[in-house]
Design a protein around this ligand. Structure first.
Ligand code: IMP
Length: 440
């Protein structure tokens, strides 16, 4: 048995979708543990671009079971739209291969409205959220107003919960000049959605425990990234869920002993969507070139991503925090577009060198990155598939990166297609044992 956690070590958009898609054949189950349809996991399937928001990327493999854990906030409308989109692509999604936790939270129609009010109220300090109602749904969970998936299946419970919620929300809407919402239409819509959702609903914790006991392996698919984690990210410019390793246990109802290894997905440069500090950001033509070459536009909102140099302080922090065993490095070929490559190994703050990622946003706003400069390697690595054929210049850069973040690189993605991957089987053998044989 080897259950692998795959998560992002930066601000999301590291390329998790493609890596999960590549690794899926070695696992029977792919489970998501946090977030919602704010995520955007892009996979290219036979040249066609597929973007998954809520359903785990493993769904593209017809023999896999996918799981949506209790740690997620689920929009039933987004769930069914994604199933329809997948069907249109020829991917059959049956309830036997897609389970939704009974205790996942449900995004209700008032959540995006509350989010709009919150973002507008922040003025210049807005977070720049995806406007999917994610934050307010998690707020309701913590405030214990939340409506859970199982509630949709019990009309009386659902009615009472909607009434209780609207009694409070409508007063907020009134205060901010928004129209109030009526119980009846919401109840009717969500009762119907509950009936449609019923075949997918399961006790995910029991299911996973049983599957693991019988020898099946699980790939845990993280969404967003470490620096967007509610506790450990660049708070308050974060998402509202636990993207880091601890989220697996709380978000699926599993013991920490079930996570055998951690793979950290890391982009060879840095991107960020939305507001918040970003020490290595490039606001010049170099940043724009990276964005163009790397196609850096939000998979969910289409917003252009902010681009910057690789930040080893941040990635080292993410590796320590999550116990990352191996890194999957994505998009290094994008850097070939440039005349030279830089990577930050430390910050300077008030005249002193800082090697640990600070938790205060006002410090992170002011740090000055210390850079190491590399020449661009002399031969393209775009679509390369063989490690031994990589140019020496790239290997020097890779060695520096491994040493600086104190973690080995086990996989390198060199293009958008499934096959554009360099897989270091020996490295994966150390964490996955014989399972590594199935891959690459
Ligand atoms: P929320 O998750 O919609 O509340 O947004 C909070 C912050 O997380 C914003 O800066 C978003 O841009 C960012 N965010 C949320 N999901 C993703 C993602 O999948 N990739 C990158 N950034 C994300």
């Amino acid at each position: 048995m080897a259950n692998l956690l795959v998560l992002g070590t930066q601000w999301g958009d590291e390329g998790k979708g493609k890596v999960v898609d590549f690794l899926a054949p070695a696992f029977e189950i792919i489970a998501r543990y946090q977030g919602g349809h704010n995520a955007g996991h892009t996979v290219y399937l036979g040249g066609k671009k597929v973007v998954l928001h809520l359903i785990p990327s493993g769904i593209l493999h017809p023999d896999k079971v996918c799981v949506i854990g209790n740690g997620l906030v689920v929009s039933p409308q987004a769930f069914f739209k994604e199933i329809d989109d997948l069907k249109a692509l020829g991917v059959e999604v049956r309830p036997e291969r897609l389970l939704v936790s009974r205790t996942a939270q449900v995004i209700m129609p008032y959540h995006p409205v509350l989010e709009k009010i919150a973002e507008q109220s922040r003025g210049g300090k807005m977070i720049g959220t995806t406007c999917r109602g994610i934050g307010p749904c998690y707020e309701d969970k913590a405030a214990r107003w939340g409506i859970r998936v199982a509630d949709l299946l019990e009309p009386e419970v659902l009615k009472e919960k909607i009434e209780d919620s609207l009694a409070v929300k409508n007063r907020i809407f009134e205060a901010f000049g928004y129209p109030s919402l009526a119980v009846g239409p919401i109840l009717d819509e969500y009762k119907a959605l509950g009936e449609k959702l019923a075949p997918y609903v399961a006790d995910v914790s029991v299911f996973l425990a049983g599957q693991i006991r019988s020898g099946k392996s699980v790939l845990f698919e993280g969404a967003q990234g470490t620096l967007l984690d509610l506790d450990h990210g660049t708070y308050p410019f974060v998402t509202s869920s636990s993207c880091t390793a601890g989220g697996v246990c709380t978000g699926l109802g599993l013991s920490p002993k079930e996570v055998s290894a951690v793979l950290g997905i890391t982009k060879a440069y840095t991107t960020r969507v939305g507001s918040g500090p970003f020490p290595t950001e490039l606001k010049d033509e170099t940043g724009a070139r990276i964005a163009r070459k790397g196609d850096e536009f939000g998979a969910t909102t289409g917003r252009p991503r902010r681009c910057g140099w690789f930040d080893a302080v941040a990635v080292r922090y993410a590796c320590r925090l999550n116990g990352v065993d191996l890194i999957a490095l994505t998009k290094p070929d994008v850097l070939e577009e440039l005349t030279e490559i830089r990577a930050c190994h430390a910050y300077r703050y008030k005249g002193s060198i800082m090697k640990d990622f600070p938790s205060e946003p006002w410090i992170l706003e002011k740090v000055e990155p210390e850079y190491r400069t590399f020449p661009v390697w002399d031969r393209s690595i775009h679509r390369a598939r063989d490690f031994s054929a990589l140019p020496a210049g790239f290997l020097d850069y890779l060695k520096w990166l491994e040493d600086t973040v104190e973690t080995r690189v086990g996989l390198i993605s060199t293009g958008v297609d499934r096959e554009d991957i360099i897989f270091r089987r020996d490295e994966f053998k150390k964490i996955l044992g014989e399972k590594a044989r199935v891959l690459g």
